[in-house]
Design a protein around this ligand. Structure first.
Ligand code: GLU
Length: 312
């Protein structure tokens, strides 16, 4: 009886969450999912604009989710900056903005489910033991270690996983050969991005992922986890990245400038130009976005991993 109860719990919790989503009415649900590891920069604006216009041009929903499970990497004040940007740039999310740090019980429920299905195992290997190899050999797979205070890895298979990216074309990986069993929860208890993103895309009823090409190589891991959990497959579009004058992608680590909210219309215009969209007239951001949605055409976005100009 206890077994039945505990095996019913995770799927019950998850089913309840997903039931809140109006899944039958929308064929397109997109999202913008920034991590608050620094203030948003021009590269983030490109992702926000593209995900918003693509969703709205297809009469879809657009949601915002703050990906803040990696607590040590949170940069003070950046969550507030994200919220101010959403407002100042005229984006209108179709539901409350969610924070992943409030949803840890859901990720744990999915880990319980994966443990019952014997898809995950505890790994005691330290970074030092793993050495410089990027491919995990699966040394802890057969050890049956207790989960407490260990990293939790998902088993992968020796098979090719492919998807058709709307911009980047066909992309494939063999997770066993390229990576090995990968971590879903770290030894320090932090839920890994791969787990949180897959669970939340499912629970929020997301159908279309539009994000930067720096995440292209993560996609097969997410597809694999989604398949193990019997979640529906998603459509992916990975955008070319904005680069700085040193040829580095704009990122918080490379000290990209924080978006200046007082210049929202100009920056919005620049972001649309970076995506090779037809020009919109300078106006209040809401009106500029309305026009951009009407003119939105993914055929014009460069099918490359990087944009050609330089940005700050
Ligand atoms: N949180 C991730 C980031 O800020 C994006 C995740 C995603 O779009 O899948 O880079």
């Amino acid at each position: 009886m206890t077994v039945t109860e505990s095996s019913a719990k995770p799927s019950f919790v998850l089913a309840q969450q997903r039931n809140n989503v109006p899944l039958n009415c929308v064929a397109y649900s997109g999202r913008f999912a920034p991590s608050p590891t620094g203030p948003l920069h021009f590269g983030s604006l490109i992702t926000a604009v593209a995900s918003y216009c693509d969703a709205k041009a297809q009469h879809g929903r657009w949601l915002v989710r703050i990906e803040d499970t990696d607590i040590p990497r949170i940069y003070p004040g950046s969550e507030q900056h994200i919220l101010r940007c959403i407002d100042a740039f005229g984006f209108q999310p179709d539901d409350d903005i969610i924070l992943q740090k409030d949803r840890l019980a859901l990720y744990e429920a999915v880990l319980d489910q994966l443990a019952q299905d014997r898809q995950i195992y505890a790994c005691q290997c330290t970074r030092k033991m793993l050495g410089s190899s990027h491919i995990y050999a699966g040394s802890c797979r057969g050890l049956n270690l207790a989960f407490e205070q260990q990293a939790i890895r998902l088993k992968v298979a020796d098979q090719q996983i492919c998807f058709d990216d709307r911009l980047q074309g066909k992309h494939c990986a063999n997770l066993q050969q390229d990576l090995g069993d990968f971590v879903l929860k770290r030894r320090d208890g932090i839920i890994n991005y791969q787990l949180a993103v897959v669970v939340d895309d499912y629970l929020q009823g997301i159908t279309h992922v539009v994000r930067g090409a720096d995440l292209l190589d993560n996609t097969e891991r997410q597809i694999w986890l989604g398949r193990v959990l019997h979640y529906p497959e998603l459509s992916y579009m990975h955008l070319p990245l904005a680069m700085n004058s040193q040829g580095q992608k704009l990122s918080k680590q490379n000290l990209a400038h924080a978006l200046d909210l007082s210049r929202a219309p100009e920056l919005l215009q620049q972001a649309l130009r970076a995506l090779h969209q037809a020009d919109v007239e300078l106006d209040v951001p809401e009106n500029m976005l309305k026009q951009a949605i009407m003119q939105w055409s993914i055929q014009h976005i460069p099918h490359s991993k990087q944009l050609s100009g330089h940005y700050l």
